[in-house]
Design a protein around this ligand. Structure first.
Ligand code: BTN
Length: 282
């Protein structure tokens, strides 16, 4: 018999009605919420809806399956149906656009904190916004965030989180999931509620501070959760150049400051980071 892809009892569907009731309330940031069975990419679809005028700020689009999920740096994001949380939100931020670079880092802080509380997982952030589990199994990427500008006023923030992914389903050996990290909670409905509530709380705090990462305490919270800091790293920069050094700080623009062996500090705004080893002295 051909296995039915929806027959996996470990992977029940999300409850759209209950999610909407819990999250789309009068005073909430979230204005609409839809759970789609299958979508190419929730980021692409929500951006298209926004351009057509079919999605308002605060819209949340969730897919049980993505057939063309996108990652950072032109990579893809793949995961079996219902094995995680794959969703995008549409935001029209009030703070000035030069502060919007903090949004994906803000989403990382919100997701890592929410998963730690709701799933009981040890989580951390790899710069800029990979969500990791950091327990006994070592550091493994369980989540990623992709922010895309839509026109002059809006941003689509897409979040992918691996919840019940099994070892044989991992896209790359460095990936993981909440289940593989032994998390106590892998029920996706409460996890999604926790992440969206944390995202709304951090967004409100950041907006109230006009996007200032220090006044909103976003920078210090990000730095406290960022396991890249203090490590020796190799950065592959967008042009292909490589930089090896110690990750010493995150600056007010969200850039990673890498100190070379010669002691020169290089701010890195975008790129791929590999953690090589603990910093000297650890
Ligand atoms: C990364 O780590 O490279 C970012 C991954 C982002 C994946 C999410 S899943 C929901 C949303 N839709 C997409 O196509 N991508 C993001």
């Amino acid at each position: 018999m051909t296995p039915n892809r929806w027959s996996d009892l470990d992977r029940p569907p999300l409850n759209e009605t209950a999610l909407r009731r819990a999250l789309v309330t009068g005073d909430s940031l979230w204005t609409q919420l839809e759970v789609a069975e299958s979508i190419g990419s929730t980021n692409t679809e929500l951006a298209e809806r926004a351009r057509r005028g079919d999605a308002a700020p605060g819209a949340v689009l969730i897919a049980e399956e993505q057939t063309a999920g996108k990652g950072r740096l032109d990579r893809s994001w793949t995961a079996p149906p219902r094995s995680g949380l794959f969703f995008s939100v549409l935001l029209s931020p009030e703070p000035p656009p030069q502060r919007w670079g903090w949004l994906p880092l803000l989403a990382g802080v919100a997701a890592a904190g929410a998963l730690a509380r709701a799933a009981g997982a040890d989580t951390g952030l790899k710069w800029p916004n990979d969500v990791l589990t950091t327990g006994e199994g070592g550091e493994r990427k369980i989540g990623g965030i992709l922010a895309e500008r839509v026109g002059a006023d809006s941003v689509v923030l897409g979040i992918g989180l691996n919840v019940t992914l099994r070892q044989d389903e991992l896209p790359v050996p460095t990936a993981g999931s909440l289940a593989l990290a032994g998390a106590r909670g892998t029920d996706r409905d409460p996890l999604l509620r926790a992440v969206l509530r944390a995202l709304a709380d951090w967004y409100a705090r950041w907006t109230a501070a006009d996007g200032d990462p220090t006044a909103s305490t976003l920078l210090e919270t990000y730095a406290a959760g960022c396991v890249t800091l203090g490590r020796t790293v190799r950065a592959t920069l967008p042009g292909g150049d490589e930089l090896v050094g110690e990750a010493v700080a995150v600056d007010g623009d969200g850039r990673l400051i890498i100190a070379s062996e010669q002691g020169v500090q290089h701010p890195v705004a975008a790129g791929d980071i590999v953690h090589l080893r603990p910093a000297t002295g650890e």
